[in-house]
Design a protein. Structure first.
Length: 574
């Protein structure tokens, strides 16, 4: 590392800082999952000697490295460099991290399990823990990296769709670029890991300083910010806890927003201790200024509750800013031009951003003193975005405590509220991930209320004609949608097929009504996956050690802060 610091070659410095002498790293805990690839290399196949090698899903590796840093503090620089160099220009991390670089999931036509997307969960808090750690152990060291152009961008063959397309179908938001994938594989074969890094229009490797990399990660989240709702989860892969994996598309994460608030406070602290300006890629500066302007323009709305219409307006402006930035790079690559961002501009951006984040935190306080973890967004008539709420979850309480936003008194009320909530299990004196609930039986599902049927001329006509393409009536007089329908797309296809016949006019008239009835009956957008559908591991009735340990840590941090801020004795004793 001493050699690296003295060397003037930016690439040598980058490779040196990234290097970690690790023999082994955690693999994902479930080898039965067909999308997990395992290659545990402990010894050289030729002579049997021990080798230094690691690989794993990026969130699992960085989760373990957080603990490893406490055993080997001198590794923290390399952990930070590895993390940010494995992030894309869009601000996300690819699927796996290895000693030799990183890789991504691919589409395989003959494999029904193959799927693509960015696993955005944990991204903010994992990086933040590294940044906080290095600042605690080696004060001011982080600041020295902020302006040093020794960082790079991962080139992943995914193309995130435009904001308009994402809005139209938030569950299908990324295209796989087969041509780029093959090209990157060829480069990797010739050049090693550097073959999968982004290059500019002249073919040179795109370099960035740490400030740029931190801004990219921040803007990726903020460009998906929905006021009073959270961070929109639309990268096709599970966000925070993948037990809630079905939330992608309509799900909005307050958990990520709580941690983003903490991230912004830390960033303000670091930037405040540095002077001057930072040279940032011109394309990103435009993105930054667009988002900054949007928040300044709409800051007056923070004086009260934000309307569904204003919420959609702000989301549009933020989403288009991110979309324009991505589209330019996809089409033309980085120009290589740099523009200066001053310390004051960045600090002002952090200040106004946090005003929006904190307003949203206040808006997500429940009547029982607890806080929402995940919400649902619905676009209404292309002009408004409404919010609905999921049941209470333990991780929401952990994250809001960790955000640092609550006062000691508010934190105490939250903790007392948890003890009185359905999350608390007295016999174990611990907390469930999700409250238990009565699940409907099979025969209670797919029942269309009679008043819904009466509201649709098409449905009544189909029943009268004994046409079961869409709906049927059973011997007990109950109405059901066609049992072959898996989702709304099946229903749309069936409506399209019958529209070619005598029901054409009725389909035209009632199409949207019937789709609304379908969603009302099944409530697909509120489906969270295994967390709400079965009892056991990461589901109902689960006391999950990982989240309980995070709760303990957040309570410790809260107590530490209360002592530091000299909270009154009654609150501390509580």
């Amino acid at each position: 590392m001493d050699l690296v610091k003295k060397d003037e070659d930016a690439d040598f410095k980058r490779l040196g800082y990234e290097y970690l002498p690790l023999k082994f790293s955690r693999r994902h805990g479930d080898p039965s999952r067909p999308w997990n690839r395992f290659s545990i290399n402990m010894v050289d196949e030729k002579d049997g000697s021990k080798i230094l090698d690691y690989e794993g899903n990026w969130r699992d590796i960085f989760q373990n490295w957080e603990a490893l840093a406490h055993s080997y503090p001198a590794f923290i620089d390399s952990m930070i460099h590895k993390f940010v160099n494995a992030s894309t220009f869009e601000g996300y991390n690819p699927y796996r991290v290895t000693k030799d670089g990183f890789d991504w999931e691919i589409i395989e036509e003959d494999d029904p399990w193959s799927y693509i997307g960015y696993w955005g969960d944990h991204q903010i808090i994992y990086l933040l823990k590294f940044l906080e750690f290095i600042e605690d152990y080696f004060p001011s060291k982080l600041g020295s990296y902020l302006g040093e152009e020794i960082f790079v961008y991962a080139n992943v063959p995914y193309k995130i769709k435009t904001y308009g397309d994402i809005l139209n179908n938030p569950k299908d938001t990324i295209d796989f670029d087969t041509e780029l994938h093959e090209e990157l594989m060829e480069y990797k074969e010739k050049l090693g890991a550097d073959g999968t890094l982004i290059r500019d229009r002249e073919g040179s490797m795109v370099k960035a300083n740490l400030m740029e990399k931190l801004l990219v990660t921040t803007l990726a989240k903020i460009s998906n910010f929905i006021p009073e709702a959270g961070i929109w989860m639309n990268t096709q892969r599970p966000e925070w806890n993948d037990a809630n994996n079905a939330l992608v598309g309509n799900g909005v994460s307050m958990v990520t927003l709580y941690y983003l608030r903490r991230f912004m406070v830390f960033l303000k602290q670091i930037v405040s201790h540095t002077d001057g300006e930072y040279l940032i890629s011109s394309e990103l500066v435009k993105f930054f200024k667009h988002v900054h302007h949007t928040f300044n323009l709409n800051a007056g709305l923070l004086n009260g509750k934000i309307s569904d219409k204003d919420r959609k307006t702000i989301l549009d402006q933020l989403g288009i800013a991110g979309s324009d930035y991505r589209t330019i790079i996809y089409a033309n690559g980085f120009s290589g031009k740099k523009m200066a961002l001053s310390q004051s501009e960045i600090l002002d951006f952090i200040e106004v951003s946090n005003r929006f984040l904190e307003h949203t935190i206040r808006s997500n306080k429940r009547e029982d003193e607890l806080y929402h973890a995940y919400n649902l967004m619905t676009v209404e008539n292309d002009k408004e975005v409404s919010i609905s709420y999921l049941p209470v979850m333990l991780e929401g309480q952990v994250a809001v405590l960790s955000s640092g936003f609550l006062s000691a008194e508010e934190s105490l009320r939250l903790l007392n509220g948890m003890k009185s909530s359905a999350l608390f299990r007295p016999d174990q004196y611990s907390y469930l991930l999700y409250p238990n609930k009565d699940l409907p039986t099979f025969t209670e599902k797919n029942i269309i209320p009679e008043n819904f049927v009466e509201s649709s001329v098409l449905l009544k006509t189909l029943i009268s004609d004994n046409n079961t393409d869409i709906i049927e009536k059973d011997i007990e007089g109950l109405y059901h949608f066609n049992g072959n329908f898996n989702n709304a797309e099946n229903l749309k296809q069936a409506l399209e097929e019958i529209s070619a016949g005598p029901y054409s006019d009725l389909v035209e008239r009632d199409r949207e009504l019937i789709l609304d009835i379908f969603e009302e009956v099944f409530n697909h957008k509120a489906f969270t996956g295994r967390s709400g559908t079965f009892f056991g591991y990461e589901g109902l009735g689960s006391i999950y050690w990982h989240m309980v340990s995070k709760l303990l840590l957040s309570v410790y941090e809260t107590c530490d802060k209360a002592f530091e801020n000299k909270a009154n004795e009654q609150t501390i004793d509580g």
